[in-house]
Ligand binder design. Structure first.
Ligand code: HEM
Length: 404
């Protein structure tokens, strides 16, 4: 009889029924047994799961773990992802030096001062969305009225994508990043999204305007640094990464604060705590909940386990951010905790390039919502009545009914 700890559980591991906000209990058990465990992927292959904070950070810095999606043993989460792997090609899924060359083309766009200059625009958008929500409600669905349109509007403005098309690209990305979608559904929606971006890039090439996609066309494509297809893939990556993640973090943050009135009151009384609270909420929710996919290109020793060259590896940000070795009582929301060194944005060469923008949006959104809606409350206290995004690449909420 095999020991329970020798059986590699199916991955991703489901959350416990009734506790959709907590990490899956089995994930914590695996982490407490050893720093590196074996898990079984949807296609029956096994992968190595790294789950402790120190080891995840070590792995994210290790150049022997490749993020290159073209590697034959790259770990995908569904047949649909395999079928559309070439559409994922962007620097997120490349290794240095190719990765660094592409990433450098964007660093100026996300530099702290450049992002800070976006603050008045972000504040205006936040105020307008809240005005509209208040005028139409209560009640309101906080996701569709605020959490989703805010980052969509911001990223559309930055990239030069017409916001009027948001319904279309949000629908396509919802299908493309759901592991329950069929391969055919994923292929069709990825193709639609790619065609849409290709048409947009073509129009920018003809008539460049003051936006990021036009700058890529003029400064990088026209000078031979990027192909047209690479510009399209970059636009796609930024469009999707720029709104799904921040939208879900915004909704989860408001949900958590409404469920912790003491913490909410503390923030209302001391808004200077909001930047620290945002880090704590990023840590607590770790919306990139499936973990980061990598492949060992050489034998790599992590936490006493040797991962052989060629094996798929998953780095669990959720398990690392809930590691009691790094954070006391990690499941507790503590807005005064200094959630130092959390890995919600990853770490190492692929660490999120959009994090200054995500932080700006989350800080402005939370500060304004708490100040303007002192009576904000959940329509229904029961988590069971909310739609959680269990099967999506980015964890979060489909809806969040609120009143005030
Ligand atoms: C709360 C919001 C966000 C979270 C939690 C988040 C999370 C992450 C994580 C975990 C990674 C690392 C992936 C890996 O190593 O495989 C990443 C990379 C990336 N993110 Fe974000 N992200 C957020 C917001 C944004 C925004 C607003 C943008 C763009 C405007 C963005 C664009 C990117 C890009 C382009 C990469 C690839 C970086 C590279 O490979 O060098 N993200 N993000």
């Amino acid at each position: 009889m095999p020991q329970t700890e020798d059986i590699a559980p199916s991955y991703p591991i489901p959350r416990a029924a009734g506790c959709p906000l907590d990490p899956p209990p089995l994930l914590g058990e695996l982490r407490e047994r050893r720093a590196v465990s074996r898990v079984t992927l949807w296609d029956g292959r096994t992968a190595w799961l790294v789950s402790r904070h120190e080891e995840v950070r070590q792995a994210l810095r290790d150049p022997r773990l490749s993020a290159d999606v073209r590697h034959p043993s790259y770990p995908f989460f569904s047949q649909g992802q395999v079928a559309t792997r070439t559409m994922l090609e962007s620097f997120l899924r490349m290794d240095p030096p190719e990765h660094d060359r592409h990433r450098r083309m964007l660093t100026a766009e996300f530099r702290a001062a450049r992002v800070e200059a976006m603050r008045p625009g972000v504040q205006k958008t936040v105020d307008r969305l809240l005005d509209e929500m208040v005028a139409a409600g209560p009640p309101a669905d906080f996701v569709t009225a605020f959490a989703l349109p805010l980052p969509s509007l911001v990223i559309c403005r930055l990239l030069g994508v017409p916001y009027a098309d948001h319904g279309f690209f949000q629908r396509c990305s919802a299908v493309a990043f759901d592991r329950e979608s069929t391969a055919e559904e994923i292929r069709a929606s990825r193709e639609e999204l790619t065609d849409y971006l290709a048409r947009l890039v073509a129009s920018k090439a003809e008539r460049p305007t003051d936006d990021l996609i036009s700058r890529l066309v003029v400064d990088q494509e026209a000078t031979g640094n990027l192909t047209r297809r690479q510009v399209v893939n970059l636009g796609l990556l930024l469009l999707v990464a720029g709104h799904e993640t921040t939208a879900n973090m915004t909704a989860l943050s408001v949900l958590s604060l409404l469920r912790h009135p003491g913490q909410l009151a503390l923030l209302r009384g001391r808004p200077e705590l909001i930047p620290g609270a945002v880090e704590e909420l990023l840590r607590l929710h770790s919306v990139a909940h499936n973990g980061l996919p990598r492949v060992a290109v050489e034998d790599v020793e992590i936490g006493g386990t040797t991962i052989p060259a060629g094996d798929p590896v998953l780095l669990s940000l959720t398990a690392a951010n809930h590691d009691p070795r790094a954070y006391d009582d990690p499941g507790r929301l503590d807005v005064q905790r200094t959630a130092r060194a959390h890995v919600a944005f990853g770490f190492g060469v692929h660490q999120c390039i959009g994090q200054p923008l995500a932080r700006l949006e989350l800080r402005v959104a939370l500060a304004t919502v708490l100040r303007r809606l002192p009576q904000l409350r959940l329509v229904d206290e029961s988590l069971g009545n909310l739609g959680f995004r269990h099967s999506m690449t980015v964890f979060g909420l489909h809806n969040l009914p609120v009143a005030w």
